[in-house]
Design a protein around this ligand. Structure first.
Ligand code: AR6
Length: 175
C-alpha cells in the first residue's frame, strides 16, 4: 500500500530489508557499537559482508535517536543508514527518540540526494517497542520530515510479517 504525501510517497510492504534492490539506502536497526547483532542488524551485516562493520567502527558509539551513513558493500544498495532506536522502557521519551531516528535517517538521504530509502520497524524487535505504538510515531515523523526535505522522494517501510504490515497499513491510511 502506498500513500502520496505532497510530491513524495510512503509505502508499506511485507518483506526482508536486505532484499530491497530498488532502494538507494536501507536503514539498519543498529546497536550503539554499529556491529553485527541479531534481527535486522544481523541480516544487514551478513548480507553486506565484514567490510561494513570495519567501515562503521570509527563512527561508533552512537546514541539513541542518532543516525549515521555508510556504504552498502555487498548489499544491493549504495548506502546503509544506521539508526539506534530507543530501548522501550529505558530510553525516554521513547516516542520522541523514535521520531528522531526517522528524522535523522532522512537527513543523510537529503545530503546524498538519495531518491529512495527503506526502513524496518525500528525498535520493535529486541528493543521491545510495541509495534502498534511504534507505527504511528514512525509514520508521522517520516511524513513531517519528508515535507521539509527535497530527498528522498520515496520511503518504504519493510515489515517482516503480515500482522506487522496490517498495523502499519492501518496507520498509513490515517496519516
Ligand atoms: N527484514 C525486515 N524486518 C526484520 C528483519 C529483516 N531481515 N529481521 C527482523 N525484522 P530488531 P530493534 C523486524 O530486533 O528492536 C539487534 O540485535 C523484527 O521483526 O532487528 O531496533 C541490534 O544489534 C522487528 O519488527 O531491531 C540491536 O542491539 C524489527 O525488524 C537491537 O537488536 C526490528 O527488530 C536492535 O533492536
Amino acid at each position: 500500500m502506498e500513500l502520496q504525501v505532497g510530491n513524495k510517497t510512503i509505502e508499506c510492504v511485507k518483506g526482508d530489508i536486505t532484499h530491497q534492490p530498488d532502494c538507494d539506502a536501507v536503514v539498519n536497526a543498529a546497536n550503539a557499537q554499529l556491529q553485527i547483532g541479531g534481527g535486522v542488524a544481523g541480516a544487514i551485516h551478513k548480507a553486506a559482508g565484514p567490510e561494513l562493520a570495519r567501515e562503521c567502527r570509527p563512527m561508533a558509539p552512537i546514541s539513541p535517536g542518532q543516525a549515521v551513513i555508510s556504504g552498502g558493500h555487498q548489499l544491493p544498495n549504495e548506502h546503509v543508514i544506521h539508526c539506534l532506536g530507543p530501548v522501550y522502557g529505558r530510553d525516554k521519551p521513547e516516542d520522541e527518540l523514535l521520531a528522531q531516528c526517522h528524522r535523522n535517517a532522512i537527513d543523510p538521504a537529503e545530503q546524498h540526494q538519495l531518491q529512495s530509502i527503506a526502513f524496518p520497524a525500528l525498535s520493535t524487535g529486541a528493543f521491545g517497542y510495541p509495534l502498534e505504538e511504534a507505527a504511528p510515531v514512525a509514520l508521522n515523523a517520516t511524513k513531517e520530515a519528508l515535507a521539509n526535505a527535497q530527498y528522498p522522494q520515496h520511503v518504504r517501510f519493510v515489515l517482516f510479517g503480515q500482522k506487522d504490515l496490517n498495523v502499519f497499513e492501518e496507520h498509513l491510511r490515517k496519516l
